[in-house]
Design a protein around this ligand. Structure first.
Ligand code: FES
Ligand code: MG
Length: 574
């Protein structure tokens, strides 16, 4: 009896053809200078590239892709690089998040439509990571993530400056009158001083850490600086490995199990990671049918300590983190809380990958019994103000505000906020709670990072640096403060947030996981009867997005993109 024959490689449905069809599929590619043997059934590896000068964080990716190709060729594969929509966090208006799902569609359809057996995902700036993982997950071919890596530590006049965090700190100093505009402008060139993503533990570094904790990259992916030769070595090794993964048929769904997501949630707590990871991981899990809910974030990760002493929760930057041992050292430290048998892309378990991971600096990566913060992770709050949930990052909050009752100062939308926040007559003090509406997925649209509202100058001058702030927005992973985010349902969807009025009292109780609007049900019903939904965009992507986007507690994916369509494609191109 003969062994059951393996199905032919996916790319052979293009390249292994006779006649006119095979001619079409091979001939134009031969225009690149490729010999005929490249089409002999060797694994065809797509290199999904988000390089763009409008995404400066990903501007090293042409070079990175060349190193991936070396590894692919070396292992006997056939690399083909292709561009997808790149999302630059700092340039795109109204917010790069509006386009995360659009980019994921580009990724999904580009992979499925083309003769690809496996794919290397080059990701860096915030939204480029979830959009590539989401799109690739809906096709479910073998895939490996390669992050671009953080930029070198910012340095201004001999002092470290962290991406994003430094901007927030210094702009508040300008508003308080303690830093001149000239000094502020000088600092611009001193913060991002090399290619690479934000070098704080912001969203990009968080998501690169999620990629590694999920098992979707080789170990050390999260922290190697973008310009360090070891980043290019990692790209080379990843190119080599994806070819083997195709031969082993190691698909994304075998790596991205519920165990893997639980490990990532725990890792997020230990690194003091961004609240944005909540939305992105929910959306990625949704593409694979992995059951994961907002409440899992609290149940799985919220009681774990933060060990990584990086801005915005701590002092150091990503370069320091890499030199201290990076994510493997953190995962080893929390290994008793992890599912160590989760499979990773190198074919080993997470436990095998981190078993001997060294730590070289105990101030940057703290031991489990001497954490930076004893309870970190994401707190999920509920109450009549957020029936479907809201989130808060305790490690970035002020301990004295975690239980607080205050009078609401209400901003109807971001324009209203910007128009009034600097007004000296604004009725606000250190006990107030700032409320911002219409910044959720439908409201902004796209759910902007504006939830960490800057404080009024008159309070800054008095040395007050934090206030409870509540919104349906997100906040940058580089931001900090006692900020309640992702209130769901959002104001623009008729959530109770829409009904809050100036002078209402609100109770925040983070230990009790409660967010309560102190207004009677009867009064809320009266206000609801007067509420009308805001106008919707008339055409184009924004219209499709607003009509189909899910609420934040579900991951803000488009409702019709949840799940996947696999790698099957019908019909020839001619
Ligand atoms: Fe691109 Fe922060 S703005 S990584
Ligand atoms: Mg950001």
């Amino acid at each position: 009896m003969s062994a059951p024959s393996k199905p032919p490689r996916r790319s052979q449905a293009w390249f292994g053809r006779d006649g006119k069809q095979g001619f079409y599929y091979r001939s134009w590619l031969k225009g690149l200078g490729l010999p005929h043997e490249m089409f002999d059934g060797r694994p065809v590896i797509g290199i999904c590239n988000t390089w763009s000068e409008l995404t400066p964080c990903n501007s090293s990716f042409r070079e990175l892709a060349e190193h991936v190709k070396r590894g692919v060729y070396e292992a006997g594969g056939f690399p083909l690089e292709f561009p997808v929509m790149s999302l630059g966090e700092t340039q795109m208006r109204p917010t790069a998040m509006l386009f995360r799902n659009l980019a994921s569609m580009d990724v999904e359809e580009s992979i499925r439509a083309n003769p690809i057996d496996g794919v290397v995902l080059l990701m860096g700036c915030d939204k480029t990571t979830p959009s590539l993982l989401m799109g690739a997950a809906s096709v479910d071919l073998p895939a490996i993530g390669v992050s671009g890596g953080p930029s070198l530590s910012g340095n201004w006049r001999g002092k470290p400056v962290g991406s994003g965090t430094g901007v927030i700190e210094m702009s508040e100093m300008v508003r308080a009158g303690t830093l001149s505009q000239d000094e502020f402008t000088e600092a611009e060139a001193c913060m991002q001083r090399s290619k690479g993503s934000c070098m704080t533990m912001g969203t990009a570094s968080t998501m690169a850490s999620m990629v590694e904790a999920l098992g979707m990259s080789l170990p050390e992916n999260a922290a190697i600086p973008a310009v360090d030769s070891r980043r290019f070595r990692l790209a080379h090794l990843s190119g080599r490995r994806i070819v083997e993964m195709v031969r082993e048929d190691l698909r994304m769904s075998k790596v991205l199990t519920r165990k893997a997501f639980a490990n990532a949630i725990r890792a997020n707590a230990a690194i003091g990671g961004s609240t944005n990871a909540v939305i992105h991981l929910l959306a990625i899990a949704g593409r694979l049918g992995v059951p994961l809910t907002l409440d899992d974030w609290d149940a799985i990760g919220s009681r774990l300590p933060c060990l990584v002493n990086l801005k915005p929760s701590g002092e150091y930057l990503m370069e320091d983190f890499y030199y201290a041992g990076g994510l493997p050292a953190v995962l080893r430290e929390i290994s008793q809380h992890l599912d160590l048998d989760a499979l990773t892309v190198n074919g080993l378990t997470l436990g095998e990958n981190i078993a001997d991971a060294p730590c070289w600096n105990r101030d940057v990566i703290r031991p489990l019994d001497q954490p930076l913060r004893p309870e970190a992770g994401i707190a999920v709050l509920r109450g009549n103000l957020a029936p479907d949930g809201a989130v808060l990052k305790p490690s970035a909050a002020s301990p004295h505000l975690l239980k607080h009752r205050g009078r609401a100062v209400v901003f109807e939308d971001i324009k209203d906020f910007k128009a009034r926040i600097d007004d000296e007559a604004l009725e606000i003090d250190e006990h107030s709670i700032m409320v911002l509406k219409h910044c959720g997925p439908r409201g902004y649209p796209g759910m902007a990072e504006v939830g960490n509202m800057p404080l009024p100058p008159k309070l800054l001058r008095r040395g007050i640096t934090d206030l409870v702030r509540i919104s349906d927005a997100r906040m940058s992973g580089t931001a900090y403060g006692t900020v309640v985010l992702h209130v769901s349902p959002e104001a623009a969807a008729g959530g109770p947030l829409a009904l809050v009025r100036e002078g209402d009292f609100i109770e925040l109780d983070v230990p009790g996981r409660r967010l309560h609007l102190d207004v009677s049900d009867a009064e809320l019903a009266r206000r609801r009867a007067e509420w009308t939904p805001p106008p919707a965009p008339a055409r184009g992507w924004s219209k499709l997005y607003v009509e189909t986007v899910q609420q934040a507690h579900l991951g803000a994916d488009l409702d019709f993109l949840v799940g996947g369509s696999g790698d099957t494609v019908a019909g020839d191109s001619h």
